[in-house]
Design a protein around this ligand. Structure first.
Ligand code: TEU
Length: 549
């Protein structure tokens, strides 16, 4: 049995973490150099976003060779050295497996294009419909139709993401076998963790049909019944051979019911899942590129319903605010000026004391913020650039479009890591591949490591999870769910209880706590100590956790 319930996993976006050779791009030796920093934080597993050979159209999520390291990140030797050095510090590696699609530069796709029938069956090729329309009405997640012309033929290939990311045909057993070999190749290099990219999209039906609602097609290919069978097979053929492996499925537009099934241990599918519902509470009518504040009551309702259902049915959540696709949480759900430190700490406590495995995305532990770049030229992400064009076409003014991009772009989290107040924040001695957030003089790892910084608070949270079984193993129950500004929950394990209170606003508020908690112990707090009372006053972005033995 793996102890992933006590671990905290740290996500590294290799391009933006640490550049060891001055070419402006972060690399594997750069990560190895920073292992002591991660070890001091208490990290036991690092997840690396894709490091494989790739044309980098989608920053490595477009893979052209699953078993090669992309030269921009270093060599296979560098990777092996990273595994060895990490192990010495008790840190394991989790790799990002992008098995739903390959780059159109992958040899399989090239052979398919050259007419090789075997490889044509590796992808999802379909003719146009009788009336000349595309094979289905599905929309690519990066904008535009999800089908593109397959070479000079009359066929189209499916690409749920960029046009250079062709979806694989998982119904073909040969494809599955090849992909399992990939996972085993990395297992043999000592990799214990796997994050499976958009893995709930692999179970596509044999006959691909139009979305009858006229929507974007999601229900037609998401969480289809075959996914569960493929995951069982993948588990058995690869990581399931190793009892201590840790796996997380990235689940696009999924449901609680399916995530319970993906993660119940006896079903032998995955250790845990990322779902994104809580990160859509600032989408107006489901539209990501809208301009609207987040809905706090919806956020709480989602945390409570997922927390309770997973707790009651023995499923397991991956807990996170940030990743390389999301804006910075402190700018989005906190306050990144006056209360940057307090709100970053409060956001950390909400997930680190909850039921599931917490993930930290690089820079979150020092309270990094959105960069608020002025011009579209400063953004690089393929989705952002596509959306800029689409939003301008839709008739919005350039100012309005830029406002949305500043709030929602995936590049918000992809700016280089801010290590110190020196040139380029210590990320590179060369020219960084992407501009830094301008606030690195005030927000950087060196400064945050002081006793009152964000880093120290994360350190404390990580240590608490290892020490208190009620945090790692306790059940989850909502508390005072109607409170207008506090998100609160209770954890319970036998007679032990933990009450977690989080004020999500800059205004002071009050909350009644169960009377017995007045004699509890405060395990962690982002303000100076205060007396526990039946009615607690919470200051701006205050968080505290009260333990009762
Ligand atoms: O993302 C999957 C996904 O559906 C979203 O997070 C998506 O990128 C976002 O909603 C767009 O607004 C994964 C990876 O994390 C992402 O970086 C890749 O681009 C994508 O898959 C394709 O591999």
């Amino acid at each position: 049995m793996s102890d992933f319930k006590k671990k905290v996993i740290y996500q590294i976006y290799p391009k933006s973490f640490n550049d060891s050779n001055g070419d402006g791009v972060g690399d594997l030796p750069g990560i190895t150099q920073k292992l002591p920093y991660l070890s001091a934080l208490g990290i036991e597993m690092i997840w690396l976003s894709p490091i494989y050979a790739s044309p980098q159209k989608d920053n490595g999520y477009d893979i052209s060779d699953y078993c090669q390291v992309d030269p921009i990140f270093g060599t296979m030797d560098d990777f092996e050295k990273l595994v060895t050095e990490a192990k010495k510090l008790g840190i394991e590696i989790m790799l990002d497996m992008v098995l739903n699609h390959t780059s159109t530069e992958h040899i399989w796709f090239k052979k398919a294009l050259a007419g090789d029938k075997k490889y044509q069956d590796y992808y999802l090729l379909r003719p146009a419909q009788a009336d000349g329309r595309l094979p289905t009405n599905w929309v690519s997640k990066f904008g535009g139709p999800a089908w593109a012309r397959f070479g000079q033929t009359d066929l189209y290939y499916l690409h749920l993401f960029d046009v250079t990311q062709a979806d694989l045909n998982w119904r073909n057993p040969e494809v599955r076998k090849e992909l399992y070999q990939v996972v085993n190749f990395w297992r043999e290099k000592g990799v214990h963790g796997f994050r499976f990219d958009v893995i709930n999209l692999i179970g596509k039906d044999e006959v691909l049909l139009d979305d009858p609602t006229g929507g974007d097609g999601k229900p037609m290919y998401t969480d289809r019944p075959l996914v569960h069978e493929y995951l069982k097979e993948l588990n058995e053929a690869t990581f399931g051979k190793n009892a201590t492996s840790v796996t997380v499925g990235e689940m696009s537009a999924t449901s609680i019911e399916n995530c319970v099934l993906y993660t119940q241990p006896q079903r032998k599918e995955l250790s845990m899942v990322f779902n994104f519902h809580h990160l859509k509470v600032d989408y107006l009518n489901g539209e990501k590129w809208s301009d609207s504040p987040f809905d706090f009551s919806q956020l709480k309702e989602l945390f409570h319903s997922w927390g309770e259902a997973m707790s009651e049915q023995n499923g397991w959540n991956a807990l996170f605010w940030n990743n390389h696709d999301q804006p910075r949480a402190v700018s989005r759900f906190g306050e990144d000026q006056q209360y940057r430190i307090q709100s970053a700490q409060m956001l950390a406590a909400t997930i680190h004391l909850s039921r599931g495995t917490p993930y930290i995305y690089q820079g979150e532990e020092i309270g990094m913020t959105n960069p608020n770049f002025e011009a579209i030229e400063e953004y690089q992400d393929v989705e952002t650039l596509n959306m800029y064009q689409e939003l301008i076409k839709s008739g919005l003014g350039a100012d309005q479009v830029m406002r949305r991009i500043r709030a929602k772009s995936r590049d918000n989290s992809r700016t280089p890591m801010q290590w110190n107040a020196e040139k380029n924040a210590g990320f590179t001695t060369g020219t960084p591949w992407m501009k830094l957030a301008p606030n690195y003089l005030e927000v950087n790892a060196e400064m945050e490591q002081g006793s009152t910084g964000v880093y120290a608070f994360y350190q404390e949270l990580i240590a608490l999870r290892k020490k208190y079984a009620v945090i790692s193993d306790g059940s989850y129950e909502k508390y005072e769910s109607d409170h207008p500004s506090v998100y609160a929950y209770l954890r319970r394990l036998g007679t032990k209880r933990l009450l977690v209170l989080n004020n999500f606003y800059a205004e002071q508020t009050e909350i009644v706590i169960p009377t017995e908690f007045v004699r509890g112990n405060v395990l962690i707090h982002n303000y100076a100590k205060k007396k526990l009372e039946a009615v607690m006053t919470l200051r701006p972005y205050e968080t505290l956790a009260i333990y009762l033995d």
